[in-house]
Design a protein. Structure first.
Ligand SMILES: Cc1cc2nc3c(=O)[nH]c(=O)nc-3n(C[C@H](O)[C@H](O)[C@H](O)COP(=O)(O)OP(=O)(O)OC[C@H]3O[C@@H](n4cnc5c(N)ncnc54)[C@H](O)[C@@H]3O)c2cc1C
Length: 297
């Protein structure tokens, strides 16, 4: 990156834990899929998992180790993208709301915002779960819904874990600076961004079950975010079929950080009229677009 920002990349793999026989069976199935795709997926007993991560409890009956899994600090990554874009000449406008669009002869010509109009022959809608609301104003409805997620973080005096721990009930991510992030709740159909005691309590309960000593750690903070999910679980990536120059990149649900570099590359290729390096036909924008009454500008 050209920004000089440390995105806190940690490449220590991930342990997906099994607490039930069913979860262990799932690991057998998923590990085969990983192997067929040429990825490493090692199946471990509970004892073997505890050997690698001694803080794990006896509730853990097995694990799948994904050696290639890595993690970054999402806020740092976003800051890195922002600084890099600025360094390359991009003008960043913060806290400016896009209200609608300008079109002429089926082509986009600009956006109408809380700070006035900005003209451009290419516009990319990346409004996350709010993209649907924005696009409805021009008569388009994507099939999307918001999914709230709550997280919290703690500090420990000595490192408790060395790699990411994942279970269906919660995940624990040891960060470079000694914090552990514990996430995340999955609450569909709400834009409410309050952190609830119920959400944090359920995460604490699940985390304590797999790593009992987490209860001795020092509380740091809690937060929420809204994930953009689509009806069929696939993102929307592409140009709108009716409006030239209007691109959409949204619906990445739980994987928007992971998929941010490839999404940027694909969208840049599309805008420059090049063929993207991957097949994006499953993500085409017109697969579920419904027309609503447009408010055209
Ligand atoms: C608790 C939690 C944990 C997560 N963990 C992971 C993870 O481990 N790995 C991973 O890959 N992903 C993770 N995600 C998912 C990831 O955060 C999302 O997929 C990603 O943020 C989606 O990016 P986006 O840019 O499409 O949307 P957003 O990040 O939602 O950004 C959209 C932005 O557009 C702005 N906006 C909306 N409407 C307008 C408008 N009209 N005008 C101007 N601005 C507008 C919004 O304010 C917002 O800032 C997690 C999400 C949550 C909530």
């Amino acid at each position: 990156m050209t920004s000089g920002i440390d995105i806190e990349l940690v490449k220590k793999g991930m342990l997906r834990l099994a607490l039930t026989d069913w979860e262990q069976q799932e690991h057998y199935r998923i590990s085969e899929i990983h192997k067929q795709n040429g990825e490493l997926a090692e199946l471990l007993t509970g004892k073997e998992a505890r050997k690698r991560e001694p803080a794990l409890s006896n509730e853990v009956i097995g694990a799948m180790y994904l050696e290639k899994d890595g993690q970054v600090a999402a806020p740092q990554l976003a800051l890195g993208f922002l600084k890099s874009a600025s360094a390359l000449g991009c003008v960043i406008k913060e806290n400016v709301e896009v209200h609608s669009f300008h079109f002429s002869n089926g082509k986009i010509t600009g956006v109408i915002t809380s700070e006035g109009d900005f003209m451009s022959s290419n516009v990319v809608v990346t409004g996350g779960a709010w993209s649907e609301k924005l696009l409805m104003k021009i008569g388009l409805q994507l099939k999307m819904y918001p999914v709230k997620g709550e997280c919290f973080s703690v500090r420990t005096e000595v490192p408790l874990l060395s790699r990411t721990i994942f279970t269906p009930g919660c995940y624990l991510v040891p960060k470079k600076d000694g914090r552990i992030i514990i996430g995340a709740t999955v609450i569909p159909n709400t834009f409410n961004q309050q952190v609830t005691l119920e959400g944090i309590f359920s995460l604490m309960k699940n985390a304590k079950k797999i790593v009992p000593s987490i209860s001795q750690s020092e509380w740091e903070r809690a937060w929420t975010g809204i994930r953009p999910q689509t009806a069929d679980g696939l993102p929307y990536l592409g140009e709108h079929p009716d409006y030239k120059g209007l691109f959409i990149a949204t619906g990445h649900f739980r994987n928007g950080i992971l998929l941010s570099p490839i999404t940027g590359e694909v969208m840049a290729d599309l805008i420059e009229g090049k063929s993207p390096s991957i097949d994006i036909s499953p993500f085409r924008v017109d697969r579920s677009i419904r027309k609503t009454n447009p408010i055209m500008r």
